[in-house]
Structure formats: C-alpha cells, structure tokens
Design a protein around this ligand. Structure first.
Ligand SMILES: Cc1cc2nc3c(=O)[nH]c(=O)nc-3n(C[C@H](O)[C@H](O)[C@H](O)COP(=O)(O)OP(=O)(O)OC[C@H]3O[C@@H](n4cnc5c(N)ncnc54)[C@H](O)[C@@H]3O)c2cc1C
Length: 390
C-alpha cells in the first residue's frame, strides 16, 4: 500500500533532544549499522543548549566515549577529578577518596552536548512532540503533534524524567517523592582545589560542589522542603553562601555570588523513579525516562551513558546474526544488561539520602564515627565504585 505524505518509515527512531537522546543518536550514526534515511530523531529542543548544569562523567564511561566511540573532547573543556571528599556536620575530618588514575571528569552540559556532533544530513529530524503510540507485530507507530505518522522497527525513548511516552505505552514504574528541592548554580570561591569534588551533608540539606575553574564551582543543593517553605522570600545565594562559609571557615575556603551571566539558578523538585522493565513491544526507555535518582553521587547521566552503550551492543549483536533488532528478546537482553547497575546506584543513592537526612545529634555522631571507620575498611570501596563507575 502506498504511504501518505505525512507517513514515513524508519529502522530506529530516537525520541528526545536531551543529553541521552543526543548521545544515542551520535552512537547510532557512528556505528554505520543503519542507512542515513533509516534513522529518525524526534528533537524539539532549540539549537543552542540552555542547560548550564555541570555533569560528572566517571572515568570508565569517559574513556569508552573517547576511545571506543571516538568522541573528541577538547582538554580545556573539562577538569579531571582525582579526589572526592565527603564532609559531614561536626566532622573531625572529611572522608577522602583519592584515585591516581582519576575518578572522572567534570564538564558543562552545554559543552558536552556541543561535543556530540550531529548533522541533519546524517538522519531525518522532526521537531514535533510525540502525542500517541501504538504497535503491531512488526512496527511501532508514533503520531506527532504536527500530524506526522512515524512507522519504525524500534523506538528508543529518551524523553526524560516525566516521560510521556512511558505513560502512553503503560510501562509501570515506582515514583517516590523525596520532599527535597534541587537548586543548581555557580559560586565564586578561593582555595578550592580544582581537581577535587566535594559532597557536604548538612543538617537541612546536602551540597555537591564540582569545580569548573580555579575560582568557580558549580553547586547542586538538595534542600529539605520544610526549610524552604519556612521563609517567604528565600534568598538562595545568601542562604547557601552562609551555610558553606560557616562550614568551611576552619579550612579557610570562601564562597560568594558569581557575576551576572552565571547567576540564573535551575530549580527542580526531586522524585525517584524506578522502572523495573524499561521496555514494551518495539520500544525501550533510555536515560532519565528509565531511571531518575537523587543527584548526590552525580551518577544519573552516567547510567544514561551506560544505557546507550548496552543498547548499541544489543543492536550490534542482533544485526550481526540477521536478527530483528526490535524483537522482544533483544529488549529483554538490554533490560538485563542495565538492571544490576541501575538497581545498585538507585539503592545506594536512596540509602545515602535517608542516612544523611538525619534529624538528631546522636545519629549524626554515629555517622561521623562510621565515616572515620570507613576510612580504614573495605566499605570505602563502595564510595569508590559509586564515584568511578566500577
Ligand atoms: C541538578 C542536577 C545535577 C546533575 N548532575 C549530574 C552529574 O554530575 N552526573 C551525572 O551523571 N548526572 C547528573 N544529573 C543527572 C543528569 O542531568 C540527567 O540524568 C540527564 O540530564 C538526563 O538526560 P535525558 O536526556 O535522559 O533527559 P532530559 O534532559 O530530561 O531530556 C528529555 C528530552 O525529551 C524531550 N521530550 C519530552 N517529552 C517529549 C515528547 N512527548 N515528544 C518528544 N520529545 C519529548 C524533551 O524536550 C527533552 O529534550 C544531574 C541532575 C540534576 C537534576
């Protein structure tokens, strides 16, 4: 039957123009498995990325992106992290994780995105949202807001934490509200080692600090909603500077507000989403649509990178033996490959969130005794696995 003008057929369609969607598209193009006219990308994002957040990419994933997938990162675009320090209220000294090879790198999300070079000649791009989906034995169908109908053997959906596609296709998930708000932005600093990342656990909040230069740090501040809601006009910069300056006064490190261009804050509610089986017929979830975790260990995008690597392995193995890569057995294999790391990271970050969301001095004292002992035991390895990725 002749296809209508508003109907097109592809092998693989990627949904989402965030970090995961763009990475997946880049890897698919670089693999040369599919003809250009058989790849489709549904990307409603603007050309210039406004994502001013910063990501920590662990060493293993960074190495694989550079060496196996030949993604070129300029050395002045990232900072290497060799040391991670975990600080706690009333500590004697921080738990210090050093790694000669390096735990990983810190890179700005907009720079990371522009290092993934995708040309519109490499595939077909649609700039309209997916509004519904259905399937039969051979194809998945996507209807876009502009009336286009996409018929495709496999959909890889990187449509984020709220994932409309996950809802449209009835994929079950657990949604848990942590009653914290995430605030991300930049601060000026002095005496902050630009190869060290820090996680600070305070009484009402946690602060992750990633260096972006010798004098600027990016912060990810996870703040208890009860504290946030107590004040009518909550002055984020004053409040975070006050907390950090009081905590770091004994270390002679200072923080204050940055110049205007870096002042805009990004503020989100934080919900954990756990998806046990991130697939349905001819559809797999990748990135935040497949797992949303607390950012305290900087591992959310790392899990997404691993989703893309595993999906590429599954597609490559299937096509090598002439198997239909959209078949359910291929998607089951993808789910098996991603499950253990996703479960481990979701479990550990959630446990750490609740352990450190302590409310009284006794619990805090016990945590400090615990952290001191971890310094001498193999438990330190868990923090290293978290940071480095293996
Ligand atoms: C403050 C903060 C700091 C973080 N720091 C780190 C870190 O240091 N290291 C780390 O590894 N991770 C970190 N993370 C996690 C990381 O940022 C995310 O995991 C990652 O950005 C998720 O990218 P994504 O592409 O999966 O989703 P998103 O960025 O949410 O992208 C979703 C895309 O889908 C599109 N979309 C949605 N609905 C539709 C539709 N119906 N049709 C078509 N398109 C649609 C959207 O327009 C968007 O382009 C952090 C997260 C936060 C909140």
């Amino acid at each position: 039957m002749k296809k209508k003008d508003n109907e097109k057929q592809f092998d693989v369609t990627v949904i989402g123009g965030g970090l995961t969607g763009k990475l997946m598209v880049t890897l698919l193009i670089k693999s040369n498995i599919f003809k250009k006219n058989k790849l489709c990308w549904i990307n409603t994002e603007k050309k210039i990325s406004k994502d001013k957040r910063v990501s920590f990419i662990n060493f293993k994933n960074f190495f694989k992106l550079e060496n196996d997938y030949k993604i070129n990162f300029l050395t002045n675009h990232y900072l290497k992290i060799n040391k991670i320090q975990i600080h706690n209220t009333d500590e004697i000294k921080p738990l210090c994780l050093e790694d000669e090879v390096g735990h990983g790198v810190v890179i700005r999300n907009d720079i990371l995105k522009s290092s993934l070079i995708v040309s519109e000649d490499d595939l077909t791009v649609y700039k309209s949202k997916v509004i519904s989906t259905s399937y039969d034995e051979f194809l998945r169908y996507l209807i876009l807001e502009n009336g286009m109908k996409i018929n495709t053997s496999l959909v890889l959906s990187a449509d984020g934490n709220l994932s409309p596609v996950r809802n449209m296709s009835n994929i079950n998930f657990i949604d848990h509200d942590l009653d914290h708000t995430i605030i991300s932005g930049y601060l000026n600093t002095n005496n902050f080692d630009s190869n060290t990342a820090k996680q600070i656990f305070l009484k009402d909040s946690f602060i992750g600090l990633l260096p972006v230069s010798k004098t600027v740090v990016n912060f990810v501040w996870s703040l208890d909603n009860q504290t946030l809601n107590k004040k009518v006009n909550f002055e984020y910069y004053d409040e975070i500077s006050e907390r950090l300056n009081s905590f770091f006064s004994k270390y002679n490190v200072n923080f204050n507000q940055t110049e205007l261009q870096n002042k805009k804050l990004q503020i989100y509610p934080i919900n954990i989403k756990y998806v046990q089986n991130p697939f349905k017929k001819r559809l797999a979830l990748i990135g935040d649509s497949a797992h949303s975790i607390h950012p305290l260990a900087g591992q959310g995008f790392n899990l997404s990178i691993e989703d893309c690597f595993h999906m590429m392995d599954c597609i490559r193995n299937a096509t090598k033996i002439g198997k239909d890569f959209g078949e359910i057995s291929v998607l089951t294999e993808y789910s098996k490959l991603t499950r253990s790391r996703t479960n481990f990271i979701t479990f550990i970050t959630t446990i750490l969130f609740y352990v450190f969301k302590k409310k009284n001095n006794f619990v805090n004292k016990m945590i400090n005794v615990g952290l001191k002992n971890i310094e001498k035991t193999s438990l330190k390895g868990i923090f290293k696995i978290l940071a480095r990725g293996y």
